[in-house]
Design a binder for this molecule. Sequence first.
Ligand code: BG6
Length: 486
Amino acid sequence: MVSRVIPVDPFDLVIFGGTGDLARRKILPALYRRFCAGQIEADVQITGAARREMDADGYRAFVAEAIASAEMAEGRRPDTASQAEFLKMLDYVTIDALGEAGWDRLSAGTRNERIRAYYFSVAPRFFGPLAERLHLYGLADASARIVVEKPFGRDLASARDLNRVLAGYFNECQIYRIDHYLGKETVQNLMAIRFGNMLFEPLWNSQYVDHIQITVAEEHGVGGRGDYYDRAGAMRDMMQNHLMQLLCLIAMEPPAKFDPDAVRDEKLKVIRALDPLGAGDVVRGQYRAAEGRPGYHEEVENPDSTTESFVALKARISNWRWAGTPFYLRTGKRLRERASEIAVVFKDAPHSIFGDDAGRHRNILTIKLQPNEGIELGVTIKEPGPGGMRLIDVPLDMTFAEALGPQDADFPDAYERLIMDVIRGNQTLFMRGDEVEAAWAWTDAAIRGWEERGEPPLTYETGSSGPQEALTLMLRDGRRWREIKA
Ligand code: BG6
């Protein structure tokens, strides 16, 4: 089974921040991969736009290096012939996002009849000025769309301001707010599992589900992004967007259609049904130095920082489907392993006909996001052999790489999928303005809470599962986190 590639219409793409880290690591390699897959045809123009002085040849050399290192990181070698073809599509404009330099040149090279995407891969303070300049130079017409990277604001007020500014120049259907988690293959699979199978949906409610756990654990620390991260923290950097999006997809009602507004309406209803978080519902942590690796304070070069690199919380959704079923969410850096999963833990059978000796057994549906994408359903069976009726739990494992074969399990990177969706004009996997605002409203209240209480984060060991108190958050409900394991 080889997946079908449908080429997208010809388009022109301008990457503001075209020499930046995200462009180098993700956006340009993603475009190259789609080109190799035959999804992008040759008559496409990709323009890097940034402050740095450079000509088109210089940019091509920069992109060639970016592709080579991204391909090497994936254990592949760039194909010289396709790379040469791809590089021909590239151009570069030195531009000033806040001034006039470069804009005449950009607008002179614009093919207005084309699908045109403008990728804002720059710091958020440039989003508004870029949108305004696109408008002033006549580039914000109906065939234009903008792609906006996170962070989309740092709280409700700033997200609202940003939405208002962008709405001054573009319609909502032209604004693509990226959350790259929505482009991950298994995240999309979540919807396929729920709404493509009869098996799960009848049980997908508080009558049958005891609780749901979502873990996004990272092994690395904040690295070179200390400056940004220390002003954000895990709540703003990961919880408000990636984990809340996962929560929405798990908890939402079935949309009538797989179409952008139908899906986003349902996600928004989930966020609006979330109860406010109380003081006892949130645990924050900060990693300390260990095994020769620097602690959080050293990494961000701020010995007084009270920013969290870990957050765990207990969320409740007050609606008919979920009242009584808690959702436990946690994410952090410098944890035991890079391992992300969603676990749907079903309730005990109402009565055990095998007596107390059989022990406690529960079905758990685990959706593994990364690494080793796949789905696992834990079922209870009889332990093989003689010796009475002893029960054991075994996983029905569908690791995609094994089930589909290596070729079909070579999933495109999230950015590949999302950029192609921008060109196709499909906003299903992008966040709508009201959704982002609702998510901020919920996290803002929690952040305000700990700021008012003056609570510093707890410390945790590098390589651990986070602070002990995160375990207590579940233990006091008689539940346990699953082990962080790839
Ligand atoms: C980004 C965060 O959005 O997601 C980073 O800003 C984080 O802090 C990253 O490391 C994780 O993404 P992934 O795809 O590696 O899980």
